[in-house]
Design a protein around this ligand. Structure first.
Ligand SMILES: CC(=O)SCCNC(=O)CCNC(=O)[C@H](O)C(C)(C)COP(=O)(O)OP(=O)(O)OC[C@H]1O[C@@H](n2cnc3c(N)ncnc32)[C@H](O)[C@@H]1OP(=O)(O)O
Ligand SMILES: O=C([O-])CC(=O)C(=O)O
Length: 375
């Protein structure tokens, strides 16, 4: 929504404002499409591993086998968290949300990086890979801790997605579940100037460091209007309970002026480009694991929402129930989003450093006119 006053147009929420260029991804709401460096995201999800997509986002091209092997060697060698980091994370209050654990972990990783203040492209490339490598162990630690379990060691014979699943569950699930999980990582990896990515670019624009920018981005992603919606979707579907209850539940929620989690989007108005691929991945998980009633509830609510509000699901809508059926506890959902989006965030931080301008918008003052202090 924008409003004009004597000081110019106010673009509340920066709605519709183009603030910079990016060569990383393109969201096209007219065609409901999303490309990473020119490649349609659904093609990447179908044909590429998450590590290749990470390389593409960082470097602009898909890797050669040699380039991928180099990246994989680094990633597998840096999966282990230091014992002091594990001790600190395990001492956080049991009530801490896993997103707080992740935010703290990134902050500590920054404090322990010996060249933290060097913002050269080479150094930032190393930092991005270091975060990418370490985050699965933090995601898994947070979920296991919630279940009263100790962390377990990474397996360096497994790919990124399989290793994250192994670290969480102590075993690698059946191939359809692994594929569905990897699809979700590819779909979650990048989405232009969304709120958390923009946050990371704002922090970067002051010439701060990558760890600070990522720490801030995690905070922005946690909110339920952004990444936190995948957790809120699961809470909502659980509360609805059955397909028959969806219509009545929605009528009550809309009458109470509630936002329905997992629906609507700032940019897409005709449907989120990533939903068809994630809906298919959810179907695969249901076929492998059961959950037909949950899927029917999902469909019943989506139908009612389209009819009542004309709103389509966003990526968080299928991702929430898919993660639930894979066995993740709900508070692990947004942390998984972080483990995927670290690729997009760090690509944007690097792009921002390469052509930086301090991000500092204006505001229209609406407080009292200038006045004298009381005597
Ligand atoms: C990966 C991601 O981050 S995707 C986004 C995840 N977030 C969610 O799923 C949370 C639920 N969705 C929403 O809150 C919104 O759709 C947002 C925040 C994603 C986008 O919001 P905006 O672009 O600011 O649109 P805004 O909130 O102004 O909505 C426009 C209208 O649609 C309505 N609307 C939009 N989304 C919803 C929703 N999920 N439930 C109910 N009404 C909605 C608004 O109430 C508003 O109606 P009004 O004009 O009568 O007041
Ligand atoms: O683009 C947005 O505003 C939110 C979103 O879908 C994402 O970050 O993946």
């Amino acid at each position: 929504m924008s409003a004009v006053n004597e000081q110019g147009t106010i673009h509340k929420g920066l709605d519709g404002v183009t603030v910079d260029t990016t060569a990383i991804s393109m969201v096209n709401p007219e065609t409901n499409s999303l490309t990473y460096r020119g490649y349609p995201v659904q093609d990447l999800a179908a044909q590429c591993g998450f590590e290749e997509v990470a390389y593409l986002l960082w470097h602009g091209e898909l890797p050669t086998p040699h380039q991928l092997a180099e990246q994989t060697d680094f990633e597998r060698a840096h999966r282990k968290l230091s014992s002091s980091l594990v001790d600190t994370l395990m001492r956080l209050p049991a009530s801490a949300h896993p997103m707080d654990t992740l935010r703290t972990a990134v902050s500590i990783l920054g404090a322990h990086d010996p060249v933290e203040d060097d913002n050269s492209p080479r150094s930032n490339r190393r930092k991005a890979l270091r975060l990418f490598s370490a985050l699965p162990a933090v995601v898994a630690l947070a979920q296991r801790r919630g279940r009263g379990l100790e962390p377990i060691p990474a397996r360096d014979d497994l790919g990124f997605a399989e290793n994250l699943l192994h670290l969480t569950f102590g075993e690698v699930p059946e191939p359809p579940v692994v594929r569905a999980f990897e699809t979700s990582l590819v779909l979650y990896a990048e989405h232009s100037f969304n709120a958390s990515t923009f946050t990371s670019r704002v922090v970067t624009s002051t010439l701060s460091d990558m760890y600070s920018a990522v720490t801030a981005a995690i905070g922005a992603l946690k909110g339920s209007l952004h990444g936190g919606a995948n957790e809120a979707v699961m809470a909502m579907l659980t509360e609805i309970g059955s397909p028959d209850a969806a219509e009545g539940w929605l009528a009550d929620a809309l009458a109470a002026k509630k936002k329905i989690m997992g629906f609507g989007h700032r940019v897409y108005k005709k449907g989120d480009s990533r939903v068809p691929a994630m809906r298919a991945a959810l179907q695969d998980v249901v076929e492998a694991r059961g959950g037909h009633e949950l899927l029917d509830t999902y469909e019943a609510l989506a139908r009612a929402m389209l009819r009542e509000k004309g709103l389509h699901p966003n990526l968080d809508y299928p991702a929430g129930p898919a993660y639930h059926l894979m066995g993740f506890d709900t508070p692990a959902f947004t942390p998984i989003f972080v483990a995927a989006r670290i690729t997009g965030w760090t690509a944007h931080i690097t792009e921002q450093f390469a052509a930086n301008a301090l991000i500092r918008p204006l505001s229209h003052y609406s407080g009292p006119a200038e006045r004298a202090l009381p005597n």
